[in-house]
Design a protein around this ligand. Structure first.
Ligand code: AMP
Ligand code: MG
Length: 430
């Protein structure tokens, strides 16, 4: 296998016969086996967060007619060149007024924001620069205005014929408005992935009942179900699967008929005598068990159930499961959803403290709190304990710092980060 570009025999011994591969090779392996899902037509009200599968072309101008950008008076700019000057007010035009009004020389129309600019007028004087004239139907224009002043021409937002949304665009609130303003009833988007999430392990329990010795509560499933939803997919809870072959078999059978992808956690370590591994290998012969040169989240498994449904096997440790989801499942889901950019951008941040480590061939993903400093730069520091069971630090983090193999990063130096949550980016106090 080409992607198994490992680091030699010593590594193979250390990892139980499986070569260590680079993060990039593992990501390529996963993405090469995922496909964009089919498409469907949805109204703008159901399209938030979906990815366009066809371009949206404007069939009409927005705005459809020349209208006023201000409350004031529609005028002929030539008439007010010598302002202050008085004009005769022939009518008032409100937004939505369908009359066709014409103003002649020496005339003006009172006009509201959004109202059609009358024929003959080429400018609007804002009301603040006018005052009452010498008679009730007269207005004093106090300042000259140029042709086009406060007039919004037809098509000045969107011109008919223009592509307003390209293929592969994640639809935002503003895009939905753009679509609705064009009178487009439906937009073609990629289908949402239905993603089954299951936890594996005999030690796992659910709920608040007291734990027998040796048991722990399942923390991964709620987290992974949420991460699936955060990435725009529909999560299906497949529950906890005991280390019992028939239980896992029937869950995987259900998943292969109901789901577009399956995310599992636990039981993927090399040397695991886990039944998960055994059953997956039997039901999903394409399953590959990987050892990736990263920390956390070294063990990982991936295969296609029925040669169609990606099975993304994350490690069981809670932080590893989340980092592994971020590095493999998120890009896979984005690809399935039709995104062209599947990876987060890497940003440079100043490390406020030493990030110590020693060379071991791996890239570290540290859980860090990122904030914007008074220097305008992004700053990071570890958000807590960095062991792979210490989920608290992940909860306190809004970014992962990528520390390459070597001797770490010195305080004040730059480190690459993946910003996980820009909404939780704070500005450092003075
Ligand atoms: P495994 O990947 O199955 O070898 O599990 C690695 C570690 O993660 C063990 O300490 C497990 O008990 C723990 N673990 C596995 N699954 C979960 C889960 N769903 N929630 C919390 N911890 C888990
Ligand atoms: Mg296990």
């Amino acid at each position: 296998l080409l992607w198994l570009s490992g680091h030699g025999d010593a590594d193979k011994r250390r990892t139980g016969g499986c070569a260590v591969i680079s993060l990039e090779d593992a990501q390529r392996f996963v993405l090469a086996r995922c496909r964009p899902l089919g498409t469907q037509q949805v109204p703008p009200t159901s399209a938030l967060g979906r990815v366009s599968a066809q371009p949206v072309i404007a069939a009409e101008d927005v705005p459809p007619f020349s209208n006023s950008a201000m409350d004031g008076y529609a005028v002929r700019s030539a008439d007010v060149e010598q302002a202050p000057t008085e004009l005769t007010v022939i009518t008032t035009i409100m937004a939505g007024d369908g009359r066709s009004v014409v103003i002649g020389p020496g005339e003006a129309a009172r006009i509201m924001t959004g109202a059609p600019v009358p024929e003959g007028a080429d400018a609007v004087c804002m009301v603040e620069l006018t005052k009452a004239g010498s008679a009730p139907d007269r207005v004093m224009i106090e300042e000259a205005v140029g042709n086009g002043n406060f007039v919004r021409p037809p098509g000045s937002d969107v011109a008919a014929g223009v592509e307003v949304i390209g293929v592969g665009t994640e639809l935002t609130a503003a895009h939905l408005g753009v679509i609705a303003r064009l009178g487009i009833p439906e937009v073609t988007v990629h289908r949402q992935a239905v993603v089954g999430v299951l936890s594996t392990g005999d030690e796992l329990r659910e709920g608040s009942t007291p734990l027998p010795r040796g048991a722990i509560r399942d923390g991964n499933r709620p987290t992974l179900l949420a991460m699936v939803e955060q990435n725009g997919a529909r999560a299906v809870d497949l529950g906890i699967v005991k280390d019992e072959p028939s239980a896992l078999r029937s869950v995987l059978e259900r998943a292969s008929s109901e789901c577009d992808a399956v995310v599992t956690s636990g039981g993927v370590s090399v040397g695991d005598l886990d039944v998960v591994r055994m059953v997956l290998a039997e039901m999903c012969p394409s399953m590959q068990w990987m050892q990736i040169a990263i920390r956390p989240a070294k063990p990982f498994a991936f295969g296609l159930l029925d040669e169609r449904v990606p099975v993304i096997g994350l490690p069981g440790n809670p932080v590893s499961a989340m980092v592994s989801f971020e590095l493999f499942a998120r890009p896979a889901l984005r690809l399935m959803h039709g995104h062209h950019d599947v990876e987060r951008p890497r940003l440079a941040a100043v490390s406020d403290v030493d990030l110590d480590r020693s060379p071991d061939g791996k890239v570290y993903f540290l859980r860090v709190a990122a904030s914007v400093g008074l220097d305008g730069q992004l700053h990071v520091r570890p958000s807590g304990g960095q062991d792979s069971h210490q989920l608290q630090a992940m909860a306190a983090a809004n970014a992962l710092a990528i520390v390459p193999d070597g001797h770490g990063v010195t305080a004040g130096d730059l480190v690459d980060v993946l910003l996980l949550d820009a909404d939780r980016l704070t500005t450092l106090p003075a």
